[in-house]
Design a protein around this ligand. Structure first.
Ligand code: AMP
Length: 414
């Protein structure tokens, strides 16, 4: 199957070509035809499968065909996404694909001023990509009318539930016409998600991509047993060994993220952190630098990095074992995007072995082990530059930075 075989406008095909997509991915192959026909879709698709284009291509086609007029009439398609980063990323896919069409799209999310968003909405928007919180605020204030929505997309619905957006979503449904096309995307499925999905879609085409092996085939992933206090030495070693590579490091908490950054600073390794305590502008800049490759190593917590698509991430490192198999799948899915190859390493300490067992049980097979001999283990610790065992000092520094950031945040809110 080629994109040429679809009933898609030449202008859109040109944009697809420009993005370098040669043929549809599995999820695109399965979703594009039913979406073009106006059917509801319920798709369980792992990350990095090309799911954004799977809904963006047919939506742009359908709206482009419609020869849109009367823009101020209202938004025609609403895409809800859990995080700012993901919303911005979906927006950029819509912009690239819809470049030569009449379809205009816009993105709203919290953490920035509302006024410019309201002005843009007044001018008219065909496709609106939004996080549920800000969307709900604007609808409640009467600044946004959803009564013309024809297509509703929920992306990463499982993550929206994790973040507690269920109430915003159900409240918003009261403002969206019942007669509409609904496209529901989730990376994982459980009873709660099924309940939400079935309350929204009707007679949906169900699509499930590789349910047996949720980690994409092009990702090589392995685990090494490293004790908690030694992890930073191994990270230092890996980052130095692969200094030309783009590396995304996952850490469980914001405090630990800052602490590890400090340890890498001491070893003269440039890194940056992204987490929810940072200002939106800081987060955007950090993402921009990582995306462009100016920043090689990004240390992230799960919330901030879920679903985001950064091109060419060579390695994902789970500095902390993720708390759930779903998180594992999401984290390692940040590398090996589309048809590229990727590698993921997990550092597992004695305390985390039960987390590893749960992940393996869900994956249905063991994760490859990286055997580190006693000598190599010792050598890695001894050759590390950052030998500071003074964790209390490190923690104090982190605390002071957190305090500074909190004060800055409070000041800007006043
Ligand atoms: P997504 O799952 O939407 O986050 O997409 C993951 C990555 O796959 C993105 O970097 C896309 O640019 C890329 N991608 C999407 N569709 C294709 C395609 N048909 N061929 C190659 N890469 C693609």
């Amino acid at each position: 199957m080629k994109f040429d075989d679809y009933r898609i406008d030449e202008e859109i095909k040109k944009s697809i070509d420009k993005l370098g997509y040669k043929k549809p991915t599995d999820i695109q192959y399965k979703s594009i035809p039913p979406i073009l026909k106006g059917e509801d879709v319920l798709a369980i698709a792992q990350t990095g499968t090309g799911k954004t284009a799977a809904f963006a291509i047919p939506i742009i086609q359908v709206l482009h065909e419609r020869k849109l007029k009367n823009r101020p009439d209202g938004v025609k398609c609403l895409v809800m996404a859990p995080t700012h980063e993901l919303a911005l990323q979906i927006h950029s896919v819509f912009k690239s694909l819809g470049k030569n069409t009449r379809v205009n799209c816009y993105c709203i999310h919290g953490g920035v001023e509302q006024e410019p968003q309201i002005k843009q909405l007044e001018k008219g928007v065909d496709v609106l990509i939004a996080t549920p919180g800000r969307l709900f605020d604007l609808v409640s204030q009467g600044a946004l009318n959803l009564h013309r929505i024809e297509i509703l997309v929920l992306d990463e619905a499982d993550h929206m539930l994790d973040l507690g957006f269920i109430k915003d979503i159900t409240d918003l449904m009261r403002h969206i016409p019942k007669k509409r096309q609904t496209l529901f995307f989730s990376a994982t499925i459980n009873e709660k998600i099924k309940k939400l999905a079935y309350s929204l879609v009707s007679n949906a085409i169900r699509i499930q991509i590789s349910p047996k092996d949720p980690v994409a085939k092009n990702i090589e992933h392995a685990v090494a047993f490293i004790e908690m206090d030694d992890k930073r030495f191994f990270l230092e070693y890996l980052l130095k060994e692969h200094s030309d590579k783009k590396i995304l490091v996952f850490i469980r908490t914001k405090v630990r993220a800052e602490r590890v950054k400090k340890a890498m600073d001491r070893a003269d390794i440039i890194t940056d952190t992204i987490h929810s305590d940072k200002e939106q502008a800081e987060r955007n800049l950090c993402m921009k630098n990582f995306r462009s490759g100016e920043l090689k190593v990004l240390i992230a917590t799960d919330i901030s990095a879920r679903g985001i698509d950064i091109p060419d991430v060579d390695y994902v490192i789970n500095y902390d074992m993720p708390e759930s198999p779903e998180q594992y799948v999401h984290r390692v899915g940040r590398t090996g995007r589309g048809r590229q190859k990727g590698q993921a390493y997990s550092f597992c300490s004695s305390e985390e072995k039960d987390l590893l067992a749960t992940i393996e049980e869900r994956l249905g097979k063991p994760i490859e082990r990286i055997e580190i001999s006693k000598n190599d283990y010792q050598y890695t610790i001894e050759s590390a530059v950052d030998k500071s065992q003074d964790w209390k000092k490190l923690m104090k520094e982190v605390y002071q930075e957190d305090l500074k950031r909190a004060k800055k945040k409070n000041k800007s809110k006043k």
